[in-house]
Design a protein around this ligand. Sequence first.
Ligand SMILES: Cc1cc2nc3c(=O)[nH]c(=O)nc-3n(C[C@H](O)[C@H](O)[C@H](O)COP(=O)(O)O)c2cc1C
Length: 397
Amino acid sequence: MYSGKKIVFGVSGGIAIYKALDVISKLKKMNFEIDVIMTKHAQEFISPMTFQAMSGRMVASDMFNQWQSTSIEHIALAKKADVFCIVPATANIIGKIANGIADDMLTTTVLATEAPILIAPAMNSKMYENTIVQENMDKLKGLGMHFISPDDGRLACGDIGVGKLATPDDIVEAIIDIIDRKDELLGKNVLVTAGPTLERIDPVRFISNNSTGKMGYAIAKMAHRYGANVKLVSGPVNIDSPYGVSVEFIETSQEMYDKVMENFEWAEIIIKSAAVLDYKPKNFETEKIKKVDGDLSIAFGRTKDILFELGKIKGNKLLIGFAAETNNVVDNAKEKLIRKNADMIVANDVSNKAIGFKSDQNEVYFVMGEDYVEKIDIASKEEIAKEIIKKIVSMLK
Ligand SMILES: Cc1cc2nc3c(=O)[nH]c(=O)nc-3n(C[C@H](O)[C@H](O)[C@H](O)COP(=O)(O)O)c2cc1C
């Protein structure tokens, strides 16, 4: 997948170091070539042998023990990197880099590299919140270095707070994000909606639909990768938030409407992939509806048609809608395109179990006019998301 791409992987002496092995294992599976540089203190936690076995390459650590090689190792490593990451990054290593100190193999190579640098800090929350550490990080961010923020939670020392190393999946995602970074949507504000909405009938019952949010989350992730500022308004889903995207969760169709309208002015491109319920119970019963003999009828009223409302006010914003159909997919999408004043409808057939709602794959049609229909053959939702973003890029030109 990424063969030929080279990562120089710095490891410093923090307790979260064991998770770096997991990150390396995931990157290896994606065919990255990985050179590990360990600080002296990192080796107090885990031996270089383990990192050597995981990366499949010799670990660099001692600047002055290079007699086996004819090249100057830190310069060679600095030059070869497509991405340079430090996982975990101690307060110490961050402080040294921020002050131009180059007293070991890792810090010296960082100074010598022109590759994008990703830093994954991990430390006790008091250390992380310390103004000195914060100022050092701000300085490095100002110099264009990427940071993946630590999570909140229980720390190794027993304290609870911010400072836990980001998850290996998120770190891998952040590295891919840098490698695959494009700038075609740089600075554009993109609003994406995803997932289902949910309407409550009584305190214990609700109606919703089969949407998992996978398609919308993949679009948000891809838009970010193309350089956009992305806000995602999401219904209840069971998937991780995409790296670099700000997510706001809602439950009901009205909340989805309100959140979209709140962000309307900000957005230049709106991609409405959420499966918003068309109907909601007319009344919410504050007490649980008692089971009685015989049938139960519940009256449903219409929810707001968000795409239609956006179409009325869209001006020169780009408006992309989705159509989940079970029959006449393309014809229904053409009609929807005109009625909702959208620039494109992405239509798919949700009656096909191999694609659509719960699947990781999809097959869609881009409907942009009576005679303008493009079929995107079955592919992963990530690939479909990429095609959607590429189409948007071409629409902007
Ligand atoms: C058990 C133990 C755990 C540590 N965990 C961390 C940590 O998570 N984050 C951190 O910034 N420092 C941590 N330290 C302190 C660093 O190891 C220390 O600042 C060291 O000088 C870092 O060296 P390096 O940045 O060159 O690897 C820990 C120290 C010990 C003994």
